[in-house]
Design a binder for this molecule. Sequence first.
Ligand SMILES: [Zn+2]
Length: 180
Amino acid sequence: MCSPVGHSLAGALVVRHNRFDFKWSSLKALLLFLVIANLPDVDFLFGWAQGDPNLYHQTWTHSLAFIFGVSIVSGLIYSLKGTGQGVQAGRLVFWILAAHLLCDILGTDYRPPIGIPLFWPLTDYPVHSPYTVFGNIIRVPHTEGFFRSLLCWHNFRVVVHEIGVMAGIYLFLLIFRKRG
Ligand SMILES: [Zn+2]
């Protein structure tokens, strides 16, 4: 899995290269963006009550069905604003969430089942790339000390690596777009 930093940067790249007029200067829009970019990881909360945040991590919220559903609902809610941009907003949410899933597929995963159930509910088969781009975030399998366990040098290096990869993609897209 990627860190929230990696997921947020991946989502920011999507927003940057999307035609939707996103207001980065709006705190409300920024907070909403951060929630959407990290929404599939809400599954950490499912296991929290049972004492292990990892218990249901990378389950059904990491599926195409979930992100389709969230995108459609988001588009419908946004269309209530009457700006006529409901479809564009829904599409943007979809690609931000798809970037989250892609990062997790490309992330190092040591916890079986390795990968994410991309095609849930048709199958729980975990999808994972044979080649990983991102490191594994270390975290303890219990609520006590969970957040403290995230603060270690290994995770710091993983986050720095994520920032480097995302910066590389940003520069690549910048050059590619200028040439295109
Ligand atoms: Zn995730």
